[in-house]
Design a protein around this ligand. Structure first.
Ligand SMILES: C[S@@+](CC[C@H](N)C(=O)[O-])C[C@H]1O[C@@H](n2cnc3c(N)ncnc32)[C@H](O)[C@@H]1O
Length: 271
């Protein structure tokens, strides 16, 4: 049964407050599908019961769960392949040159979803920069969704997921077969560090990072929220570090301390 308008509006408000994501009226059907998933995972009988619980005073954990369930988690390996090529040809060598004294590279995937993006970074590093074995490489993966973080930690993907963007040679080299699915080898899994982080909240202390990927998440926020997030990220980026946003995202119209550059065909931002 379709959601009643007041319930849909309540959910729009709840999601905006908890995750900052803006839900458009045309997304009502998607919301209804996601609520069905919440019903299954909570064991609640129906949407009416769920709505009553959500509106109750003790519904905070449930509210977070619903807000997380309503986020869009779409991702794939080597999404926007040119970015990962440019990592190989320019951005990683440049960071290595800059950090030769400390032998440390810090990367932050700020909306890592189920892990395809950070594992793509890890594969580039392992494949093309064997000398980094003797470096301290820190890939921090954060996301709002505990469920996505858990998927990323486990690194287990369906055939369909590995078919999306992962070259056969990487599958052979970096994955083990697990029945009908594939698991990222532990040598790669151990390169990632996972942490739940809601981008709309004040950030916890984060060590200055050389490379930040915050891709395909800004589109879900309103302009002031985007601006606030990007401003705060600017403060954790090292002075010569690089920030990457999604190919459909832009900083146009925002008052931000970044300079836009195109390097090896890839758009990046520096403070
Ligand atoms: C579409 S995915 C993008 C994944 C990956 N960066 C990519 O480009 O393929 C968006 C991710 O942002 C996360 N997200 C949405 N709102 C968030 C918030 N307020 N704080 C942190 N992560 C959020 C979602 O849980 C989801 O995993």
């Amino acid at each position: 049964m379709p959601l009643a308008t007041p319930d849909f509006e309540f959910l729009q408000h709840l999601v905006a407050k908890r995750s900052g994501n803006v839900i458009a009226p045309r997304q009502q059907q998607m919301i209804e599908q996601r609520l069905q998933k919440v019903l299954v995972s909570t064991g609640l009988d129906n949407v009416d019961t769920l709505m009553t619980e959500l509106k109750g005073t003790r519904g905070h954990t449930l509210q977070d769960r619903v807000a997380e369930a309503i986020t869009v988690n779409e991702t794939s390996f080597y999404r926007d392949a040119h970015l990962f090529q440019a990592m190989r040809t320019y951005f990683i060598p440049e960071a290595m040159q800059r950090n030769a004294a400390t032998r440390t590279i810090r990367i932050w995937c700020a909306a890592g979803s189920s892990g395809q993006e950070p594992y793509s970074m890890a594969m580039v590093l392992r494949d093309h920069f064997p000398q980094l074995d003797r470096w301290n490489v820190d890939i921090l993966v954060t996301d709002l969704s505990e469920e996505m973080l858990e998927r990323s930690r486990n690194g287990i993907y369906s055939q369909l997921e590995v078919n999306r963007g992962l070259p056969a040679r990487d599958l052979v080299r970096f994955f083990d077969r697990r029945g009908s699915r594939w698991q990222v080898k532990s040598e790669l899994r151990s390169m990632l560090r996972h942490q739940r982080l809601n981008l709309i909240d004040p950030f916890p202390p984060i060590h200055a990072v050389d490379i930040v990927l915050i891709r395909n998440v800004l589109i879900y926020f309103d302009q002031p929220t985007r601006q606030s997030i990007l401003n705060r990220i600017g403060k954790v980026l090292t002075p010569d570090g690089h920030l990457f946003i999604g190919s459909a995202e832009t900083m146009i119209g925002m008052n931000l301390p970044y300079e836009r550059k195109v390097i090896d065909g890839t758009v990046c931002y520096q403070t």
